[in-house]
Design a protein around this ligand. Structure first.
Ligand code: SAM
Length: 356
């Protein structure tokens, strides 16, 4: 790594760790140094939001204020490499990064990072989850739109990573299903009429009625939100793109049913406010809600969750509430104290799950 006045002193040896106790701990130190002391393959999830490039001075030294973008990416990639080493084969790594304008030009920092770490490590980028900020900072630039998204990159070490898709945004689904408008008895009626009027053979009509009935049951049970049906001779034939399957269904059996899964589809976007936690001394806290949903997606109870840039302790606090084990590293002693307090408050309040 090219040294400069803001480089991390990776040569400095510190006495952070004196034993194998890496679980449910918050360690004050430089994460690279601490990570180097850790064994291989024992963490289930690394989730973190490192300091963004030239965004702010946290007062503890460390990463983020390198003179140029290449040094920043290099420093961060070196830490990422240690994260890859410490996670289990079933583990995943989530990095949340923000972008940066330099002389009016967007640097695409997160993507430079994602490309670099893929070159250096045998990891796969399995998803880019886009955080849509409901209340982005209204930066005053008359000739630019307001940046209001940030990526959470999800990397895996092998193809055998833990991934509980149903648990992701499950709470939203419950709200949606509770608030669902009642499905009336008329649903599908127009399609039964169209089948009767169609040029389909009696056999094809019978099959169309049977599958239509089954699809209506799926709607009543909340498995799908709604559906569309296309019948030979009545509807235009699909073309292009993914039409192949549907086109052959219409030709071969006389109809096709397109199921609409609505919001219960697990999409790679998540909406959340930019956090403003009362009493928090940290200037750049990431949303508890997003951390919660990613922990549910990527870990089980008792799994170990590591955040090498712990800041105010968001990751540890959420992990604890969801009954995961946590390990946090933070270079600034004041933030370490704050994070430890959050954990103590958690224990006192017994606040488990779920906040949106
Ligand atoms: C963007 S903040 C993380 C905020 C955190 N996600 C939260 O919700 O509070 C990045 C943190 O990394 C810390 N930091 C910077 N360089 C570090 C290093 N080399 N090792 C450990 N922590 C570091 C900074 O002090 C800062 O608190």
């Amino acid at each position: 790594m090219k040294p400069n006045k803001h480089s991390i002193d990776f040569g400095k040896e510190e006495q952070y760790l004196n034993s194998d106790k890496f679980v449910d701990q918050i360690i004050c130190g430089d994460c690279y140094q601490v990570l180097k002391e850790m064994p291989d393959n024992f963490i289930d999830l690394v989730i973190t939001s490192p300091p963004y490039f030239q965004q702010r001075e946290y007062g503890g030294g460390g990463l983020g204020n390198e003179d140029n973008i290449d040094d920043y990416i290099n420093n961060l990639a070196t830490i990422f490499q240690q994260c890859v080493r410490v996670i289990k084969k079933t583990g995943t790594i989530v990095f949340n990064l923000g972008d940066k304008y330099l002389d009016g030009n967007l640097l695409l920092v997160p993507y430079r990072f994602a490309v670099e770490v893929q070159k250096r490590n045998p990891v796969k980028l399995i998803n880019e989850l886009t955080w849509i900020k409901i209340n982005p900072t209204p930066k005053q630039n008359p000739k630019k739109l307001i940046p209001s998204t940030e990526p959470f990159f999800i990397f895996s070490k092998t193809d055998n990573y833990y991934f509980n898709k149903d648990a992701f945004l499950e709470y939203h689904d419950k709200c949606l299903n509770n608030g669902r408008k009642k499905v009336g008895n008329e649903i599908g009626k127009k399609y039964f009429e169209l089948i009767d009027r169609s040029i389909l053979s009696d056999e094809e009509k019978a099959l169309a009625r049977k599958e239509l009935n089954e699809t209506i049951v799926d709607v009543h049970q909340g498995k799908i939100e709604s559906f569309r049906m296309k019948i030979r001779g009545l509807h235009a034939l699909p073309y292009g793109g993914q039409a192949g399957g549907r086109l052959s269904q219409i030709k071969n059996k006389g109809f096709t049913i397109i199921k609409i899964y609505g919001n219960s589809m697990r999409k790679d976007i998540i909406e959340s406010n930019v956090e403003t936690i009362k009493g928090n001394i940290h200037p750049a806290v990431y949303p508890e809600f997003i951390v919660q949903e990613l922990l549910k997606l990527l870990t089980k109870e008792d799994d170990i969750v590591l955040d090498p840039f712990l800041g105010s302790g968001t990751t540890a606090a959420v992990a604890q509430r969801l009954r995961r084990k946590y390990l946090g590293i933070e270079i600034h002693p004041e933030f370490v104290e704050h994070a430890k307090n959050r954990i103590r408050q958690n224990i006192n309040n017994h606040t488990l799950d779920i906040f949106i």
